[in-house]
Design a protein around this ligand. Structure first.
Ligand SMILES: [Zn+2]
Ligand SMILES: [Zn+2]
Ligand SMILES: [Zn+2]
Ligand SMILES: [Zn+2]
Length: 292
């Protein structure tokens, strides 16, 4: 069976790339001439064969949505005799009754549509990304893609990680400082809700200051960046006030938009030791690869 691919139509580069997929030599001679010029490895041949079995199609995206909740369909998919397709959540929620026509009998798993969806590929919808990914995993790719949209914590700007770092460095430069991984630096907490730091690889880091903690201040670090598979970070925070020392090491969260929610793990600095608007914090941020 041929494997359809979906193009969302807004990526000229990827469209070109995919167009190549459907291009075949005009005749067999032409093909053998091409082959004779350069020895083709087995791998390339296999890849070419794989590509030649694919077709490129464009369809209305909502064809692949559940007829009840209108969310994208993923296997297992169910179907009633009147051709209404539904996701497994709706199937369970309506206890096996078709939510569109109330048919209670003969609801079956729609294996044909499952097979189509499993074989589909789709272009990443993040501007700048020309990757084509499995339809089933597009959401996780789009979340971790380095072109995923990240949001400025100061204003309504949004853009990929690199353009957000550039935006912050240009527009909010007074409130943003650059730092190097592994090197400790000091920062002063006064009235702000967070302090912002830009890493050499264009990730934003926020030192969050939580004043809703009973009896003191909660300090933690998050990064505004996509949850890339090959990136993690840890951080050390320490506060030294006339010999009273508080220190914490923690793994940090990565989010694309900070919504004023503070992490559950934080360094607690009691008000009786440090005035909540006069805290010198020493910060060290280390990046680590998840797979090493
Ligand atoms: Zn549904
Ligand atoms: Zn129905
Ligand atoms: Zn992408
Ligand atoms: Zn901004």
């Amino acid at each position: 069976m041929a494997s359809p691919a979906i193009d969302n139509g807004d990526k000229s580069d990827s469209a070109k790339k995919k167009k190549k997929v459907t291009e075949t030599p005009k005749n067999a001679n032409q093909e053998s001439m091409m082959k004779s010029k350069e020895p083709v490895s087995e791998e390339v041949e296999e890849e070419e064969e794989e590509l030649s079995r694919r077709i490129l199609v464009r369809i209305e995206a909502d064809v692949l949505n559940c007829s009840s909740c209108y969310e994208a369909l993923f296997p297992p998919i169910y179907q009633c005799p009147n051709s209404h397709v539904m996701c497994s959540l709706c199937f369970v929620k309506h206890t096996g009754k078709c939510p569109s026509c109330s048919e209670i009998n003969r609801l079956t798993q729609c294996l044909a549509l499952e097979r189509i969806i499993e074989s589909m590929e789709i272009s990443c919808s993040n501007a700048g990304c020309d990757e084509t990914v499995s339809y089933l995993y597009r959401a996780s790719h789009q979340e971790s893609c380095i072109y995923a949209q990240c949001f400025c914590p100061f204003c309504s700007f949004q853009g990929c990680m690199t353009s957000l770092a550039q935006h912050v460095a240009d527009i909010h430069k007074r409130s943003a400082a650059k730092f190097s991984y592994e090197s400790s630096f000091q920062t002063f907490v006064y009235i702000q809700d967070f302090s912002l730091f830009i890493s050499p690889d264009n990730r934003l880091f926020l030192l969050l200051i939580n004043r809703d903690v009973a009896g003191g201040t909660g300090l933690s670090v998050i990064s505004i960046c996509p949850t890339a598979e090959d990136f993690e970070f840890t951080y050390d925070l320490s506060v030294d006030n006339n010999g009273t020392y508080f220190k914490m090491t923690s793994g940090g969260e990565m989010i694309r938009q900070w919504t004023c929610v503070h992490p559950k793990t934080f360094l607690f600095v009691p008000d009786v030791v440090c005035h909540p608007r006069k805290i010198f914090v020493c910060v060290t941020i280390r990046k680590s690869n998840r797979h090493t």
